[in-house]
Design a protein around this ligand. Structure first.
Ligand code: SD4
Length: 341
């Protein structure tokens, strides 16, 4: 097992070093058929999965696990998810999240400010209101009424540096999850070199010991986005979808293009037709690439899916997307296959 310090040190070496140290498995996701199982996007998923495992490993419900798991990432100031993340172009961090259980219950919040755990507010929307989605000041008001503290609006020191850098040109041209560049700008040099934590989202799907599926997704969205912009992450069907008869899927990358094809729902429907999780994710990626034509080389989108047998799989437009998997005896970061380098 990796402790956090060792993981950060290894992460700083990048995916190649992790692979060499045997912590990455080369793309054979179909080897893993397990119950319980949790999978989540990008390298911070390793820590998040540990949080989920505290519940899954003791026989708990997948819904509780996917909430607890991504809360680890939301609370981390070292990751571009949650209040430590990059702000919008006006300098405010705005958060989106959603959650979905095995009964098609779902809840979502978007454009939420100054609340540390948007995924938990999304769960309250699901459980305590007749609605699926609350946004902006209404979502914040609801969170406060539910006892969530209003946090300081101050940016994290990393985010402040990134924002200062961005302000130099104030160019509205967000860079999305292409590993070599990072989303804090093509030439931004992070002071905290904790590896490739250049993402703003974590998506997690899990199956519990009873074979029930749930999922969660939480994000600060695209760094330096237009104020009020919301991507795919809180949109049920786009950033996340769960059908307990078939499987679950979550997405990451350029949200606009995930929404365009209602990505996660599309992947689940292809799994229903018999495709493996990886093949279903690949087909969704191919659909986006076909729509985007030559613009596809400039965007990253990845899907991560889990079927009812406990088989996980993923696929991305570009190389560099990896996902973390945890079962009773496996804890790995797996590089996903991609259409392009
Ligand atoms: C969005 N899909 O807001 C998110 C961004 C993302 O890693 O996944 N970043 O469009």
């Amino acid at each position: 097992m990796l402790n956090r310090r060792k993981f950060l040190a290894l992460s700083a070496l990048g995916s190649t070093a992790l692979f060499e140290k045997g912590l990455l498995a080369a793309g054979k996701p179909n080897d893993f058929t397990a119950k319980p199982i949790v999978v989540s996007t990008w390298e911070p998923g390793i820590e998040a999965n540990k949080g989920a495992w505290k519940i899954l490993g003791s026989g708990g419900r997948a819904l509780d696990a996917v909430e607890a798991g991504v809360m680890v990432t939301e609370a981390s100031q070292n990751c571009c998810v949650g209040l430590g993340a990059n702000p919008d172009r006006d300098g405010y961090v705005t958060l989106d999240a959603c959650i979905m259980d095995e009964f098609f219950n779902c809840g979502s919040v978007a454009f939420l400010e100054r609340i540390k755990h948007p995924v938990s507010v999304a769960r309250r929307v699901m459980e305590k209101t007749p609605h699926v989605m609350l946004v902006g000041s209404g979502a914040q008001q609801f969170a406060i009424s539910e006892g969530f503290p209003l946090e300081d609006q101050k940016l994290s020191s990393e985010a402040q540096k990134a924002y200062n850098y961005w302000l130099k040109n104030s160019e509205y041209k967000p860079v999305m999850n292409i590993e070599s560049k990072g989303n804090r700008g093509p030439s931004y040099q992070p002071v905290f070199k904790s590896g490739e934590f250049n993402h703003d989202t974590i998506g997690m799907v899990a199956m519990d010991i009873n074979g029930n599926l749930s999922g969660s997704c939480t994000t600060s969205g695209m760094g330096f986005k237009m104020r009020g912009r919301v991507g795919d992450s809180p949109i049920i069907g786009a950033g996340l979808f769960v059908d307990n008869e078939v499987g679950a899927c979550t997405a990451t990358g350029q949200g606009e293009d995930v929404i365009r094809i209602v990505g996660s729902h599309t992947v689940v429907e292809w799994m229903r037709q018999g495709l493996t999780p990886e093949a279903a994710c690949k087909k969704a990626v191919e659909r986006i690439v076909k729509i985007k034509k030559d613009k596809a080389k400039d965007i990253q989108v990845a899907f991560l899916a889990l079927n009812k047998k406990g088989v996980a799989g993923a696929f991305a437009i570009h190389k560099g997307f990896s996902y973390a998997i945890k079962t009773g005896n496996i804890e790995k970061l797996i590089p996903a296959k991609s259409l392009m380098d």
